[in-house]
Design a protein around this ligand. Structure first.
Ligand code: PEP
Ligand code: MG
Length: 398
């Protein structure tokens, strides 16, 4: 399959921020990919360049790649990485490299006449267990950097364990989201509810625990205790001052914050997972909490930034037992797959995730199926996020 042409477009994500769509032309047709952007970003993430620089990167890659053939996604990605030559993708831009890497994966799937998830499975995860399907992590209430609700915790998620089919599971998530909306409309005596960046409700609730209580009520009222649980993404870097954590109106050290979380887990039998409970460099904080959690998940996101090496380090330090995988944190498909493989080898739970600023590209769902991930994190079941929920239904039927 010879690459005939490369193009790039400036497009806008769900938050109205500028991002890129990359396009590869082969004899099989045009293959596109667009790249999301994050708001609460880890400092070790691959660098995204603005569109003026992205255009220059695309022109350079066009000269390098047109007329060439690659026999795997990894080989294509190696050409991108060699061309960039930096550790953090700051020369050509992680956003540009990832856009072409995904577009090439689509072109190659078409050439091989297989679906995208199967191409990724064959190239990167030949031993994955296809009977395993991910739980849905649906973000229903928002705080932190994603909303003006005054809550410190960024995401309160409903976790839906996979049932017979994802159409039913998505319907359930939509139903809980709507019913929670009705409860909040009554509580705040308002027909219109403010929403955060991922369409979760963004309301000034009493304290950081109240959203957990509200989700619990939804779960208990419908007797969904076996099917659903609750996960948090604290995104604690956003309220770490460099010395202390400003949490719930108090100034806490890591030990005190750890106690607050322990108390949350005691008070809520449905709470099953906590992401980024401490700031991205506070490894000791993570290490303090993990032994208290038993089977529950301590998830690294800003801490690990989809980097296989960093994931290995954090697992060795016993800081986490689960990890978020966001392809644009690292900048190529191969490296995101390597991060997944590393996590799986280390027996960490894996959650493939969207970003707060999203596009209509649903690549992450194919990545989740290819790797047999344990979770997919895709925001609230509404508005632009519905694209990913619908893709989940389709990809797992293929
Ligand atoms: C997250 O922190 O997990 C997230 C999805 O938000 P962002 O894209 O802003 O990093
Ligand atoms: Mg996160």
């Amino acid at each position: 399959m010879i690459i005939k042409d490369l193009s790039i477009w400036k497009i806008f994500d769900s938050r109205g921020e500028e991002t890129v769509e990359c396009e590869i032309l082969t004899e099989k047709g045009v293959f596109r990919a667009s790249v999301p952007s994050g708001k609460s970003k880890g400092k070790r993430e691959a660098v995204s360049v603005d569109f003026a620089r992205a255009k220059k990167s695309a022109a350079e890659l066009k000269k390098l790649l047109v007329g060439r053939e690659f026999s795997s996604v990894r080989e294509f990605d190696k050409a991108l990485l060699d061309a960039d030559g930096t550790d953090d993708k700051s020369r050509l831009g992680g956003n540009v490299l990832l856009g072409y890497s995904i577009a090439f994966s689509r072109a190659r799937a078409s050439e091989r006449d297989v679906s995208l998830w199967l191409l990724l499975r064959r190239e990167f995860f030949p031993n994955a267990d296809d009977s395993r399907r991910p739980s849905i992590f649906a973000n229903l209430m928002n705080g932190g950097a994603h909303a003006d609700s005054g809550l410190d915790i960024q995401e309160y998620m409903l976790v839906v364990r996979p049932g017979k089919n994802y159409a039913d599971d998505v319907a359930l998530a939509v139903d809980v989201y709507r019913s929670l909306g009705n409860t909040l409309r009554k509580k705040f005596k308002s027909k219109v509810l403010p929403l955060g960046d991922e369409s979760g409700y963004a309301l000034p609730l009493k304290d950081n625990f109240e959203p957990i209580k509200l989700l619990e009520n939804e779960i208990s009222a419908r007797k969904l205790g076996k099917k659903c649980s609750i996960a948090l993404d604290v995104a604690a870097s956003s309220f770490f001052t460099g010395k202390a954590y400003k949490f719930g109106g108090e100034t806490l050290n890591a030990k005190e914050l750890c106690k607050r979380y322990e108390d949350y887990f005691k008070r809520s039998k449905y709470l099953c997972s906590i992401e980024d409970p401490f700031a991205e460099d506070d490894v000791d904080g993570f290490r303090m909490l993990l032994p208290k959690l038993g089977e529950k998940w301590a998830v690294g996101d800003d801490l690990t930034t989809t980097d296989a090496k960093r994931i290995r380090e954090m697992a060795a330090k016993r800081a986490i037992n689960a990890v978020i995988i966001k392809p644009n944190q690292i900048g190529t498909v191969s490296e995101a797959c390597d991060a997944l493989t590393e996590a799986k080898n280390l027996k960490l739970h894996t959650i493939v995730s969207h970003r707060s600023g999203e596009t209509e590209d649903a690549f992450i769902i194919s990545l989740a199926r290819a790797s047999s991930a344990d979770g997919v994190k895709i925001g609230a079941p509404a508005h632009e996020r519905m694209v990913k929920f619908n893709e989940l239904i389709r990809v797992y039927e293929e």
